[in-house]
Structure formats: C-alpha cells, structure tokens
Design a binder for this molecule. Structure first.
Ligand code: NAP
Ligand code: GLV
Length: 315
C-alpha cells in the first residue's frame, strides 16, 4: 500500500536554517509534515511556508502555496520578493511575548541614556565619585512612532512608569488616555516636544528613511533616537551628522541597513551609539510555534489565519 501523502509545511529561517523551528512546531503539532526546502521532493504538496528571509524567487516555485507565515513580526522580508505570487496571503507573528521583550529592551535603553549609566561606567577606571545630582524624572518626553502591537505595549508600560509618552500611527486611534496623533501634521507637533523618539514602525514605502535629518531637526537638541523597527527607517549618514552637531546626543540601534553590521561600519566604534545585534525582541520559538500551529490548523479548516497583512498598506 502506498504511503499516505498530505500537505507539507515549508520552513526556512536564514541563520539557523529552519530545523529548530520545525522542532518547536512539532512540539505543538506532533503529526505535522514540516521540512526545510532541501528535504522537499514534491513542491506541489507545500501549502504553507513559514519563513524568515527565504531567498527571493523561491515562493514562486511552490505552485499550491496558500499562506506565507512570517517567522517574525515584520513582513518586509517577504514583500521585498517581487517574484512572490501576489495572491498568496501573508501572516505575521503577533505574540504577547514579543511585546514584553520589546518593551524591556526599550525601557532599558531609554533609562540607560537618561540616568547616564555609560558616564558612571566610564568613571570607574579613574575611581571617580562625582558630586551628587538629581535626575529629573519629568524630563523625559517619549514619542512612539508606530502604535501597533508592540508600540502600544511600550506606551502603556512607559505610562505605568510615570514617563510622559505620546504615540503616532497611520490612522486615528485612542489608547488608554495616551495622546495619539496621526499623519504628517500629527508627527511634526509630536517631534517638536519629544526628547526621545522610538521607531516601532513597519518598513514600508511611506516609512522608509523616516529617521532623517529633517526629523532630528524638529526635535529639541540633545535627544535620544531608538530604532528597533528596521534599518531602512534610519538614514545612517544623517544620524552621524546629527550626533556630531549635538542635535542628537545618542542613539540606541538594534537594526541596520546591512545586517550583520559590516566590520568596518563606523557605528561599531561610536560610543554615542548603543548597539545591539537585532535582538530587541527576538521571536520566541516556543510561543511563536503556537501561533504557527494555530494558523496551520485554521488554514486547513478553511478559516482565516490570524495576523493577516494588508497588502495595500504593506504591513
Ligand atoms: P503593527 O502592529 O503592524 O503596528 C504598526 C504600527 O505602525 C501601527 O500603529 C501603524 O498605524 C503604524 N504605521 C504604519 N505605517 C505608518 C505610517 N505611514 N505612518 C504612521 N504610522 C504608521 O506592528 P508591530 O507588531 O507593532 O511591529 C512593528 C515593527 O517592529 C515590525 O514591522 C518590525 O519591523 C519591528 N520589529 C522589530 C523587532 C526587533 O527585534 N528589532 C522585533 C519585532 C518587530 P495604524 O495603527 O494606524 O495601522
Ligand atoms: C524581528 O525583527 C521581527 O520583525 O519580529
């Protein structure tokens, strides 16, 4: 008797290949037939692709693809593939774990800057004990660009810490007494009073390059830029110029135009830049696998998956 054949889930993750994701998925769905691309003999059996940076042109080689499930929250890595079959829906990860992790990272970076931790670290070799001075807890005014799943979590946490925060989104919305503006006009006023600007936007044609000289010039001098969205949001040369003039005093960067950050990139040696290697909110395999399993089950039952991307908006 011929072995039963069913649909296959393709799993690819640039970096670790995909095997650890298959293991996590199998913990949720023991019977699932999930494979890395090299183990797929019949591409017509693949109905779902769970991916992070599948090489461009590959989606088009699976004729019965019915869902592209991004391994992460951002889907720019899928949308950049212009050969991708455009009728196939794309889902992203919306996982409360990531909201907590991202908030922890950003709060750490904002307070590291505000409480001048690097200055005190720098004092240690000379055993310097500076005169006491009080930090002004009311001096922070944080603008969160992108008030979606992650930005809303952050804004609520900052509010709970007593830190002044306001948000910016594409469409009008209200969030728990937090001031939210939208559109280009709304951004201007927000920037003018914010000494910390956090980018938690998706990378789209509208948001690319948003952290530019023009944006920095609208902020009060000496502020902090936090970019945890995508490297394409930041005009890196504009940031270096703004750091040199003092318009911006520091930047916490987790994402870069080129990743891994090239060894000869000036950011590596610049102490005004708090540099992390795209780990602000790394996807948690165990909790994300639950999202993937749920979406596989939904798709195969003919139900809509969660986290669907609006292809017209690009996120
Ligand atoms: P999300 O829920 O889709 O939220 C996106 C937010 O951006 C929404 O508030 C949206 O406005 C706003 N937005 C989009 N385009 C805009 C525009 N042109 N003008 C103003 N606001 C705009 O996304 P998320 O889950 O919070 O994730 C955000 C991004 O974080 C991801 O796309 C990814 O790039 C990045 N990320 C980075 C890491 C890391 O480790 N560094 C981890 C996870 C995610 P509306 O509310 O009006 O739709
Ligand atoms: C990570 O960068 C993500 O988009 O989840």
């Amino acid at each position: 008797m011929a072995a039963a054949v069913g649909p296959i889930v393709l799993v690819h993750s640039e970096g670790d290949g995909g095997e650890p994701w298959i293991e996590a998925l199998k913990a949720e769905m023991p019977g699932i037939d999930a494979r890395v691309p090299a183990a797929i003999d019949d591409r017509s059996r693949v109905d779902i692709a769970i991916t992070w940076q599948l090489p461009h042109g590959q989606y088009a080689t699976y004729p019965n693809l019915a869902l592209i499930q991004s391994i992460c929250a951002g889907v720019d890595h899928v949308l950049e593939d212009h050969e991708r079959p455009v009728h196939v829906p794309i889902a992203r990860v919306v996982d409360p774990f990531m909201g907590r992790a991202m908030t922890h990272h950003i709060v750490l970076q904002i307070l590291r800057w505000h409480r001048q931790l690097d200055r005190f670290e720098g004092n240690r070799p000379e055993r310097i004990w500076p005169p006491s001075f009080a930090f002004d807890a009311d001096a922070l005014q944080v603008a969160v660009l992108g008030l979606g799943h992650l930005g809303t979590h952050l804004a609520r946490a900052l509010q709970a810490l007593g830190i002044a925060v306001a948000g910016w989104s594409r469409s009008p919305k209200s969030v728990d007494g937090i001031e939210v503006s939208h559109g280009a006009d709304g951004l201007d006023g927000l920037l003018r009073r914010s000494n910390v600007v956090v980018c938690l936007l998706p990378l789209t044609t509208e948001t690319e390059g948003i952290l530019s000289a023009e944006t920095f010039a609208k902020m009060p001098p000496g502020g902090l830029i936090v970019n945890v969205g995508r490297g394409g949001h930041l005009v890196e040369s504009d940031l270096l110029s703004a750091l040199d003039t003092g318009q911006v005093s520091a930047a916490a960067l987790d994402v870069f135009q080129a990743e891994p950050l090239p060894a000869d990139h000036p950011f590596w040696d610049d102490r005004r830049i708090y540099l992390t290697p795209h780990i602000a909110s790394e996807v948690n395999k165990a909790t994300a696998a639950r999202v993937f399993a749920d979406n596989i089950a939904r798709l195969r039952l003919g139900e809509p998956p969660t986290g669907l991307v609006d292809l017209n908006r690009g996120y």
